[in-house]
Design a protein around this ligand. Structure first.
Ligand SMILES: [Mg+2]
Length: 190
């Protein structure tokens, strides 16, 4: 089968990592419960930053966010390695900028993710993921972002929502922990 994965906040805890990093950089402590209640992807309002300031903060932190110690969600690497061993095809589809394509691929490999040439797509807008996913004729696609999930439909594609506080209003199959992967995939195929 063909499996497609978004990266940030689907396979790795980038927002949670950014939340920690912002606290360090701004010298401020913010309660985790506030983060857990956020109903948007962006986290800057927790630090009283405007959208413009938040966007600057995010862009100036990209190197640290993308290439340092962002934690991978438990189990994600092992599951993708097993899929790879079983001969399934694995695709990564991320809206990270094209300038971060090579760096991101290398970082994924350094974490143990199986990354094959030609199986990595980056630099698209959220709405453009749809076309790539359609053309790849994926069996399964995993993403966290409502703006992406909303664009995806199709009889042959199974979309699985990686659960986050900002996507709970979206209906569909939901994965809250990677340990649920085989249960979700099997229950859908049986
Ligand atoms: Mg994402």
């Amino acid at each position: 089968m063909k499996f497609g994965f978004d990266i940030d906040d689907t396979l790795i805890d980038l927002r949670g990592y950014a939340f920690q990093l912002y606290q360090q950089k701004l010298g401020r402590e913010v309660g985790r419960e506030l983060f857990d209640q956020l109903n948007r992807v962006e986290i800057h309002e927790l630090f009283d930053l405007s959208d413009e300031e938040g966007s600057k903060m995010w862009n100036s932190s990209l190197e640290e966010l993308y290439y340092a110690d962002c934690p991978v969600y438990p189990g994600a690497v092992e599951i993708l390695q097993q899929l790879d061993r079983e001969g399934h095809e694995i695709f990564y589809i991320t809206a990270r900028g094209a300038a971060h394509g090579e760096g991101t691929k290398n970082w994924l490999k350094s974490q143990g993710f199986p990354v094959k040439d030609g199986h990595f797509y980056c630099g698209m807008k959220d709405q453009e993921k749809f076309e790539i996913i359609q053309n790849l004729e994926l069996d399964y696609y995993f993403d966290d972002k409502p703006a992406v999930i909303d664009t995806l439909s199709g009889d042959s594609l199974n979309v699985i929502i990686r659960d986050q506080s900002y996507n709970r209003h979206v209906e569909g199959l939901r994965l809250t922990d990677w340990s649920e992967f085989y249960h979700l995939v099997k229950s859908k195929t049986s």
